[in-house]
Design a protein around this ligand. Structure first.
Ligand code: F0G
Length: 466
């Protein structure tokens, strides 16, 4: 760590630990190629004595940095001076207890909460990380930003560009791999949208090459500053629970930025003595995009205190390529087979005594319908967290009385196609969108009632069905 500034970028490998200045733009260690952390020399920084000290910010909500659900926790991600930090009002989100969803998952009502990140300005959790990436980009003097995306990162990048005018957005998407809700946002906010003939994994590889060659600031979650912003989702969960750690955090796993960020958040809070117990992490893959599950639960990939057995992952990727296997799930947000944050995520699993599960598209859509009916709506990927908790309760890994928080990562309106197909009476539509993905039934469908345009008939139907 350079001696004058108490913050740096640092290689995550304990064998390397190379450091770089905080105002450099990089996404990997020059020396060994590993991912980077934002690392703080905490004793030289001003950290609150207790998490409850953050409550003082509530009285100053007319200050945009106190209003922001990210920057009111600036003391726990102090990589840039607060006046430089970019906010568009992100992080006004809600921890909502849902009795209906608790019952569905087999958890005692009152013990299951949904952390609803769909309330962010672009409708997903990505805005937490984007505000931090933009703050760093401003520090580093960047003027163009790029990402590969399954949709939400691009929507978030695009809205931050359009509101702040700090950078111009270039987004890479796999053709046909993004829901209309998300694509419409990127287009409407004016981002340059590049459709690649391929999937997210292809787009991710390309955007890294392009941004390196053209010197464009990369905002995917390989950017360590993104994850600093995403730590605040956990700070808000603790805030909503009166600063008491829950027993479990369940989160969908795609590129594994969230799970990595949550692990870092809890590890730092614990080291700082601000929490005395670290919640367990449950990372939930879609079965059609289950790299993390396969590697951790079936093939024994572990962080091993910084000496991960990554040869296991290399072999798996070789097998995947040889078989030309591609990610495939209705939960398009997490349709990812090569998660860029794999090593950080397995570190988080060690820190948080975590587990990984996979759930089918059928389980995801049933859970999504339950979330819609008994909580706040979400997009398919988000519901994987609820479906995963149901599995873990059935296995006895999560006890019914344990306090569980499921992260609802994206808004219900992000992917109307999946929702309408689930509830439809049109069998052809159902088969076209869902049948091809192994979804056989819609147990919780809320079907529209077809009636002639006739007052008596309409009244008769309402009486019959209500
Ligand atoms: N849920 C939603 C709604 C997402 O959009 C994503 C990721 C995830 C979960 C997975 O989160 O990557 O932190 O494990 N979407 C990215 C995108 C990949 O491009 O919008 P993760």
């Amino acid at each position: 760590m350079p001696s004058t500034i108490p913050v740096c970028q640092q290689c995550i490998s304990p064998a390397c630990r190379a450091t770089y200045s905080v105002d450099e733009i990089r996404v990997a260690c020059d020396r060994c190629g590993n991912l980077l952390d934002v690392a703080y020399d905490w004793p030289r920084l001003r950290v609150p004595g207790a998490l409850a000290d953050f409550e003082q910010k509530w009285a100053r909500r007319n200050d945009p940095h106190c209003f922001s659900g990210v920057w009111r926790f600036h003391d726990l991600l102090p990589f840039a001076p607060l006046r430089q930090c970019v906010t568009i009002g992100e992080g006004q989100t809600l921890l909502h207890p849902s009795e209906g969803v608790a019952r569905y998952a087999g958890v005692t009502p009152g013990r299951l909460y949904l952390q609803y990140e769909g309330l962010n300005p672009s409708g997903s959790f990505k805005d937490n990380g984007m505000s931090a990436a933009f703050s760093h980009a401003r520090l580093a003097g960047a003027h163009r930003a790029a990402c590969a995306s399954t949709g939400n990162t691009s929507a978030s990048l695009a809205v931050y560009c359009s509101v702040t005018r700090l950078m111009k957005a270039v987004i890479f998407i796999g053709s046909g791999k993004i829901s209309y809700g998300k694509l419409s946002q990127a287009l409407d906010y004016g981002a340059l949208t590049v459709q690649i003939n391929g999937d997210f994994d292809d787009a991710m590889a390309r955007v890294q090459e392009v941004s390196k060659q053209l010197g464009i600031y990369l905002v995917n979650s390989v950017n360590p500053f993104r994850l600093e912003g995403q730590k605040t989702i956990m700070f808000r969960v603790l805030e909503a629970l009166g600063w008491e750690a829950p027993d479990w955090i369940a989160v969908p796993g795609g590129n594994l930025g969230n799970s990595s960020a949550f692990g870092k958040a809890f590890h730092e809070l614990h080291e700082l003595g601000l929490i005395d117990r670290i919640p367990r992490l449950a990372v939930i893959n879609a079965a059609g995009a289950n790299t993390l599950y396969e590697l951790v639960e079936r093939r024994g990939l572990r962080w091993n205190d910084g000496q991960p057995n990554l040869d296991v992952a290399d072999r798996y990727y070789d097998e995947m390529d040889a078989a030309k296997r591609r990610a495939s799930t209705i939960a398009s947000a997490i349709e990812i087979n090569r998660p860029v944050n794999l090593t950080k995520c397995i570190r988080a699993l060690q820190w948080c005594n975590g587990v990984v599960r996979e759930v089918t598209d059928q389980q995801i859509l049933d859970a999504k319908a339950q979330v819609g009916a008994g909580g706040l709506g979400c997009e398919p990927a988000s519901a994987a967290s609820v479906a995963g908790v149901k599995e873990l309760v059935a296995e006895g890994v999560i006890g019914p009385d344990e306090r569980v928080v499921c992260i609802l990562t994206g808004h219900q309106l992000k992917d109307p196609t999946a929702t309408v197909a689930y509830h439809t009476t049109d069998q052809e539509k159902f088969n076209e969108v869902l049948g091809s993905r192994g979804v056989r039934r819609a147990a919780f469908a809320n079907r529209a009632v077809a009636v002639p345009n006739n007052l008596d008939e309409i009244i008769k139907s309402i009486k019959l069905y209500s």
